[in-house]
Design a protein around this ligand. Structure first.
Ligand code: GLN
Length: 532
């Protein structure tokens, strides 16, 4: 029978619950335990696909074409797995299913209520996930903060699962904050005490507290939390700030979290082996050189909006023994004041990530032109691919009106057009060209050198594409389309062979980048930047 670890969050959001859950997964797996991981998101959206990245950070895309919360990125990166859409439960999904059942009469005249109907549905969805891969342990992260009204039905369902399955099969780990006021200098335990009180009010006594703090928690603070929160001292784990999130598993394991969990779950202790991970951290922390990459984006104020890009750059950096310094450039500033392109002087590479909508797009085009003309390594992703085509059309092919239909629906030179199958779509949620799609790379191209094979699959998320009408013209002028999909109908990779490194992809390679297995395109980009 699968055992459960529920990871809840207290005090405030953005504490790194996802990183903690993923780290616990890594720790357990390093002992040969079969783990699986999933997430509950208590918001009403059916999936986060339509949420503004400003509110929620990046939208993660799964292999099977689901738009998920960015925590799925942590899971996939830490555990080097691919997690599919059925591993996300949202309030929207739960209610949708309950209401559909109600409409077809499945509840046989009963009054449909939060308890037991909604909680039963939550339990059923969790059980289904547990049965899918049959892990020894299923880690379940609960989004939001304890005390939020919207997470109540979920916590109630989890309480029931613990009661039904027993303490040795269900563990509660509460991730919380222990802040230190600079002027006082002492870590404060009260917020954690209050959030544990909230959990207890619904009948959940957490087993282990993982405490986010600036510095390592002193012994007295651990003792105090132990006393007031009714956990043993060894159950108070310090999750203090570290340079890189990839160090978190080591920080937790140093405090015997793995032994503690297995002990409580009655799993005979196995020897852990984290040497490989330790070696990776050592390599990451001892770079031999540095590169500066400008990322020109629209959501640069909330760095979580580009988290997978940042991680992919770091993975590629470590693989090349280099520290990657990111220079954030706000595209709207460049658009309003093109002279600010001088901010790009001296960078080793320019990256334009995925994006939507007009605001800031001309700023991105300015940066692409700068990279192309000044022979600075350029890497465009999705929107950064499409805008590279617009820039080339305008400035090399002399098509002054060239534009993307997304940004100017009336343009007479639509070099980026809507995907034919997207034309009839009215419903916006979950309807983009999504998920992993295979494509074929032409031999003898830079793309082929990068991937070193012909057939590749990468994850997509878009509605627009290069208009096939203009391809012959662009190819004549020196922009090559080196990978195509859908029987050569869709353009997937473009490159300019006369430029030292100018490559762009319609897909998002960042979603398949892993710490010890960087994305080939990111790797090539960093190599080119190092050569500059
Ligand atoms: N807005 C563009 C499209 O829908 C690009 C999307 C993206 O960058 N993810 O095609």
């Amino acid at each position: 029978m699968t055992k459960y670890i529920f990871v809840t969050g207290g005090v405030l959001s953005g504490l790194g619950k996802g990183v903690t859950a993923a780290s616990i997964g890594l720790i357990l797996r390093s002992r040969g335990i079969k783990v699986d991981i999933c997430k509950i998101d208590p918001y009403l959206n059916v999936d986060p696909g339509l949420m503004n990245p400003y509110q929620h950070g990046e939208v993660w895309v799964t292999r099977d074409g689901y738009e998920a919360d960015l925590d799925f990125g942590h899971y996939e990166r830490f555990l080097d797995v691919e997690i599919d859409k059925d591993h996300n439960i949202t309030t929207g999904k739960v209610y949708l299913s309950v209401l559909e059942k109600e409409r077809i009469g499945e509840y046989l005249g009963q009054t449909v209520q939060i308890i037991p109907h909604v909680t039963d549905e939550i339990k059923k969805q969790l059980e289904k996930i547990a049965q899918m891969n049959n892990p020894d342990i299923l880690i379940v992260e609960i989004g939001g903060t304890t005390g939020d009204i919207e997470s109540m039905p979920f916590l109630e369902a989890l309480r029931q699962i613990r009661m039904e399955n027993g303490k040795s099969n269900v563990l509660f780990i509460h991730v919380t904050l222990v802040p230190t006021l600079e002027a006082v200098g002492e870590p404060k335990t009260k917020p954690t005490q209050h959030s544990v009180k909230e959990l207890r009010a619904i009948g959940i006594q957490p087993d282990i507290l993982v405490c986010r703090s600036g510095k390592e928690l002193p012994n007295e603070t651990k003792a105090k939390l132990s006393l007031f929160c009714d956990v043993r001292k060894l159950d108070v784990i310090s999750n203090n700030d570290v340079e890189s999130v990839y160090e978190v598993p080591l920080v937790l394991e140093k405090q015997s979290l793995g032994d503690n969990i297995l002990d409580r779950l009655n799993i005979r202790e196995k020897k852990h082996d984290m040497k490989n991970w330790e070696k990776y951290i050592h390599k990451m922390k001892n770079p031999k050189s540095e590169v500066e990459i400008a990322v020109v984006g629209k959501y640069t104020d909330l760095l979580d909006s580009y988290i997978s890009i940042v991680e992919a750059l770091k993975h590629a950096g470590t693989a090349n023994d280099a520290k990657v310094n990111i220079k954030w450039v706000e595209s709207i500033d460049l658009e309003n004041n093109p002279k600010r392109v001088s901010e790009l002087e001296g960078v080793d590479g320019i990256l334009v990530p995925g994006g939507f909508g007009e605001r800031g797009s001309e700023g991105k085009i300015i940066s692409i032109k700068y990279a192309r003309e000044n022979k600075i390594p350029y890497f465009g992703i999705c929107f950064g691919f499409q805008l590279a085509v617009v820039e080339f059309a305008r400035n090399v092919a002399g098509m002054k009106k060239a534009h993307s239909i997304e940004l100017n629906p009336k343009t007479t030179q639509p070099v980026i057009d809507i995907l034919p199958e997207q034309k009839k779509i009215k419903q916006m949620g979950g309807t983009m060209r999504l998920g992993e799609i295979p494509f074929t790379i032409k031999a003898g191209t830079m793309a082929y050198k990068i991937y070193n094979k012909k057939e590749v699959g990468e994850r997509h998320r878009h509605r627009f594409e290069v208009n096939p009408k203009y391809i012959a013209k662009f190819e004549k002028l020196g922009m090559k389309f080196s990978a195509k999909s859908d029987k050569n109908r869709r353009m997937e990779i473009l490159e300019i062979p006369a430029h030292p490194f100018f490559i762009a992809t319609q897909f998002h390679p960042e979603f398949k980048s892993r710490p010890q297995r960087p994305s080939p395109v990111f790797d090539a980009f960093i190599k080119a930047a190092l050569k500059k």
